[in-house]
Write a protein that binds this ligand. Sequence first.
Ligand SMILES: [Zn+2]
Length: 322
Amino acid sequence: MYKVLREEYGLPSKLAQDCYRDAIATYKGWLKNPKRGRFPVLKNISVWLTAKASYTLDLENKKAKILGQEVQIIGYPHNLDFYKDWEIKEARLVMRADEWYLHVTMKKKVKVEKEVKGLIAVDINMDFITLGNDKQVIEIPTKLSDVYHYKKLAEGLQRKYPKRWKENKRILNRIRHFHTRARNILIDFARKVGKWVIDEAIKFSVNYIVLERLNRMISRVKELKKDFRDRLYLMEYSRIQYWIGWEAKKHGLNVIYVDAKYSSQTCPKCGSRMVESSYRMLKCEKCGYEDHRDYIAVKNLYGRGSLTLSTAPQMRDVTTNR
Ligand SMILES: [Zn+2]
């Protein structure tokens, strides 16, 4: 294969190596799969490229040299500057819908400052992602209603054609399209939340992010009503937390997880139980403190995070960057 690629196609030796290495990887993947199925067929045009040998990247001038040809990079990431001092590793060149995409792997050793400069807490619920400390809280709406909209459209079609939808290609494609839309919104949103949280952490000049530990959340999901459960499941807490963690790592920030038990009904001032005073507003029965429910959750997570960090060595309650 190497000889054919070199002599018949005139590929430079490193690129010929990249090509057959890629083919071997695909073949081995098929071979190792016990279910195996049909022999792999190339459907998408794509190839691994070794950095420097098969391609070079000039981020400053937004140019790349691929297969010996100089190309202009259009639609490059907007935060290109951020990656300027990163090491460029291998890439995958992919053709999709008549456009070429270069997926580049980059590497950098990021120093994580463990000394606490400050912290913010993040509360994720169905309608809002809320972030802040004991003094200042900000929030962004979730995309859940959009996701829900597409899921409902898909379910609607399944209900409308209870027998036909599985066999009818046109209906099936519509249903798939709605599910894909819903999924894409979720994936995109989770990434954006990750970026947003880290941007805010930098603006707050803190280096610790406090998140709710999930195990309790997951067991709580089972107790909720069907419709409710669907929505909560869709939110995919863990996906959002994953991206917060990923962005934090990239920027050298820390993430800690705290127990969120009763965090949305305990008074952040005196620790007493709070009762609903009006829509989404809670009031402390003992000290009279009143605030928005989401803000109370954040303030409590913040308080628990502060406590955890201030007593960190003694507390077994802390898991950093899991
Ligand atoms: Zn109180």
